[in-house]
Design a binder for this molecule. Structure first.
Ligand code: ADP
Ligand code: MG
Length: 399
């Protein structure tokens, strides 16, 4: 991991102005914030800067206004929710550059917080216009990026600002980068990766990268069917991307060449209908799937084999459920392996990092999210990191 500065590297910033890029792209319903997780993620950085006496200007995007003002996407809507989490008053500024921001900076005292308007109201944000970055920077002394979830985008407030102001990683960004580094950057070996979910096509680059990085690749979910089919298994009515069989074969060959052991389920849970607790439910060997059946989960013996392999590993990175976990009993494999990973983490033999929208809900469903070493809620940025890509927002911090 290339070096980046953190808030520990800040000198005396009392009275100085910090531009802090955070993730305030909050889920809302009827004008109210329904989940404050992303606000809470920004609190350590905000509190740290306030304690140091800095004036904090929060920058964030909200929705997809495509370079125009839309009152229903104004960040003024989240001010109340941020005040509630921070436990103090927060000013709102309907601009991101110019005199209005300058006047606000004049009014703010050290330790005060203001939210600037939705950065995506300005076309220069997504275009990463250096003019816009300079104009935003003109009202501040330094830049802190605490939005890992937006770091895969090279936008003015996620990347450009790092080139025009002294740049620092915020506390959440720092925690995420340190956790991801432990999982794939410089992991303790052997390393296992669990990759599941619906389709190979959505995670092709993840799979291609991981076979060169990990010792054990455990493929589950719908995407395992494509690999099984590539190996000549008849997967019946299962979700399967038949146009990707050659790609799957290539990935398996690359894994072999890299010394990566690929685990595919040899025992599966099948049913004739895509429904909870169906009458046609049964568990069988992968070679015994009937033409009118579909594979909806890995079987208990297959999961036991995965658990045994995991016990030999020191690091785990997990994206994607092993089965159609939203419906019982097709959550069983995911829940079982997640509990094994959690137990090994608690014992101290395993560093476990997981991410992905459905993966996070599956781990919550299994009741083990708290027990993993680190859970990323960054979505797209997490996947791009699993693809081995350099994230522009992170690269700019390290420059
Ligand atoms: P994440 O959001 O964590 O990246 P994905 O979106 O790739 O995960 O995959 C999750 C989806 O994959 C879930 O909706 C789940 O039902 C589906 N899935 C997993 N296994 C199967 C299967 N065998 N057949 C059909 N769908 C599956
Ligand atoms: Mg998903």
């Amino acid at each position: 991991m290339s070096a980046f500065k953190t808030l520990d590297d800040l000198g005396d910033v009392a009275g100085k102005v910090a531009l802090v890029r955070v993730d305030l792209n909050l889920p809302m319903q009827d004008g109210l914030v329904t989940d404050a997780t992303r606000i809470r993620a920004a609190v350590p950085t905000i509190n740290d800067l306030c304690a140091k006496g800095a004036k904090v200007l929060l920058l964030a995007h909200f929705g997809r206004p495509k370079g125009e003002r839309h009152s229903q996407m104004s960040l003024s809507m989240v001010v109340g929710a941020v005040e509630k989490v921070l436990g103090k008053e927060v000013m709102f500024v309907p601009e991101i550059t110019g005199d209005v921001v300058a006047q606000t900076v004049g009014i703010l005292k050290g330790g005060d917080v203001a939210i600037l308007e939705n950065t995506r109201f300005w076309k220069g944000e997504e275009a990463n216009d250096p003019e816009l970055a300079r104009a935003i920077a003109a009202n501040a002394d330094f830049y802190v990026n605490d939005a890992f979830s937006a770091a895969h985008r090279a936008h003015a407030t996620t990347e450009g600002l790092a080139h025009v102001l002294p740049a620092y990683a915020g506390r959440s960004m720092q925690a995420e980068l340190e956790a991801l580094d432990k999982a794939l950057g410089a992991p303790v070996k052997p390393v296992a990766a669990v990759v599941g979910g619906a389709k190979v096509s959505s995670k092709l680059d993840v799979l291609k990268h991981l076979v060169t990085q990990v010792d054990h690749l455990m493929i589950g979910g719908g995407m395992a069917n494509t690999f099984l089919a590539a190996k000549g298994v008849d997967v019946g009515k299962s979700l399967c991307e038949h146009d990707l069989l050659d790609t799957a074969t290539d990935i398996l060959a690359n894994a072999e060449a890299s010394g990566c052991t690929v685990h595919l389920p040899y025992e599966v849970v099948v049913s004739k209908e895509f429904a909870a607790n169906p009458g046609s439910l049964r568990t069988c060997n992968v070679h015994e799937v009937a033409p009118d059946e579909m594979i909806l989960d890995a079987g208990p013996l297959a999961v036991e084999a995965l658990a045994d392999a995991l016990k030999t590993c020191r690091t785990l990175v997990w994206n994607g459920p092993l089965g159609a976990f939203e419906m019982e009993p097709f959550d069983a494999a995911t829940v079982s392996l997640a509990r094994t990973a959690a137990a090994l983490t608690i014992e101290g033999t395993l560093t476990s990092v997981a991410g992905g929208g459905d993966t996070v809900s599956a781990l919550n469903h299994a009741g083990v999210a708290e027990d993993f070493s680190y859970i990323s809620t960054a979505g797209g940025a997490f996947l791009e990191w699993m693809e081995g890509k350099e994230l522009p927002g992170v690269a700019a911090l390290s420059a």
